[in-house]
Write a protein that binds this ligand. Structure first.
Ligand SMILES: Cc1ncc(COP(=O)(O)O)c(C=O)c1O
Length: 356
């Protein structure tokens, strides 16, 4: 049992469970944590090779201004609307510490990214998970009824991959008195996004990451966009040097090479359509995805069984052993070859099942 000197809310809570990360030498088809299947842009790798020893000897710029300047120009917003973070998880941590008081409430449509609950628990705040409406539609009225201090909306959502249009999210922002955080970790794979809402509404924060769209999950870099008055409050909460010098250089080079990033998004979107179509032919129910993964109900409903059997074949996907998610697998879109290996593995397992 944890000792008496640990805060009671920390003793009572469960920590976040990350997806499995096999060693780099392990031969697996890794489709379980929504990484980009392409390497980072060659320009990013060159920028890392060119790092001057001096920029490691010194502390980095505390607010990652080199990145903010480039991001402001790419996104066409003022620099003081941007806060850089050590991955978007850091942005979510900063947001929770800034907007959700101990004893307060964080609401979110559920199921969603399981870190939100963990962050609220750390803050000793309550959570109000609100079920998505039929067809993964945003439950605007039920979210408002929670009277929460903040609402977190992953859009597109994980693990469903589904998307809420900006006009519906606007309805929520307009009527809600607390802070609305729109987690756009997967927005670059979607047909639209809510960035404009951060300029329009005083109570909206949009968070983004370089882990998926820019192939830099190992680097840890993300950012938030909000009105400058909101960003300046979040700046007080962040760690003094929350982004290291190497990550700032890498993310800046990645942001500058939009053509390369766009090429990877186009590939992923094309193969997402192919994987969804093939899985449907094999009897899966595939939710419409606007992300770099698909969420699919396994024929027969034994999600855990299929997850385990694929793992034995060296193919890693994500299974959530909880509630209504149990019959589903969340499958990251990989390279063409990886996707073929996945589909081949599934065909093999279904054929075996049929023969048994
Ligand atoms: C919805 C959502 N938000 C945020 C993150 C975390 O991103 P990062 O790697 O930038 O911390 C993830 C990662 O899987 C995610 O699914």
């Amino acid at each position: 049992m944890a000792s008496h000197f640990v805060r009671p809310n920390i003793r009572a809570m469960h920590g976040y469970t990350p997806g499995e990360q096999p060693g780099t030498g392990d031969r697996v088809v890794k489709l379980n944590t929504n990484e980009n299947p392409f390497p980072p842009s060659p320009k990013v790798m060159q920028a890392i090779r060119d790092i001057a020893p001096e920029s490691l000897r010194r502390y980095p710029n505390p607010t990652a201004d080199g990145f903010r300047e480039v991001a402001a120009s790419v996104l066409d917003i003022p620099q003081d609307m941007i806060l850089a973070g050590n991955g978007s998880d850091d942005i979510l941590t900063i947001a929770t510490r800034t907007f959700v008081p101990p004893g307060g409430t964080l609401a979110y449509p559920d199921p969603t990214y399981s870190l939100y609950k963990v962050l609220a628990n750390i803050e000793d705040a309550k959570v109000s998970p609100v079920h998505w409406k039929e067809g993964w539609q945003l439950p605007v009225d039920a979210l408002l009824a929670t009277k929460a201090d903040a609402i977190y909306l992953a859009n597109p959502n994980a693990p469903s991959g589904t998307f809420v249009t900006p006009d519906v999210v606007s309805e929520l922002a307009e009527q809600f008195e607390g802070l609305l955080l729109i987690d756009e970790a997967y927005a670059d794979f979607a047909e639209d996004n809510c960035l404009a809402l951060a300029s329009k509404y005083d109570n909206v924060v949009v968070s983004r990451t370089f882990s998926k769209a820019y192939s830099l999950a190992g680097m840890r870099f993300g950012y938030a966009v909000a009105k400058s008055a909101v960003i300046s409050q979040m700046m007080k909460v962040k760690d003094s040097y929350n982004c290291d010098a190497i990550s700032v250089i890498a993310a800046t080079a990645a942001m500058q090479d939009q053509d390369y990033a766009q090429m990877t998004w186009n590939h992923v979107k094309q193969d997402r359509a192919r994987v969804a179509e093939e899985l449907t032919k094999l009897g899966f129910e595939v939710l419409p995805s606007q992300t770099n993964f698909v969420f699919a109900k396994v024929p027969g409903g034994d999600g855990l069984g299929m997850y385990k059997s694929l793992k034995e074949l060296g193919i890693l996907v994500r299974h959530f052993d909880t509630g209504t998610l149990k019959p589903y697998l969340r499958i990251t879109i990989g390279t063409g070859q990886e996707n073929n290996a996945l589909l081949g593995g599934i065909r093999e397992l279904l054929a075996k099942e049929k023969a048994a």
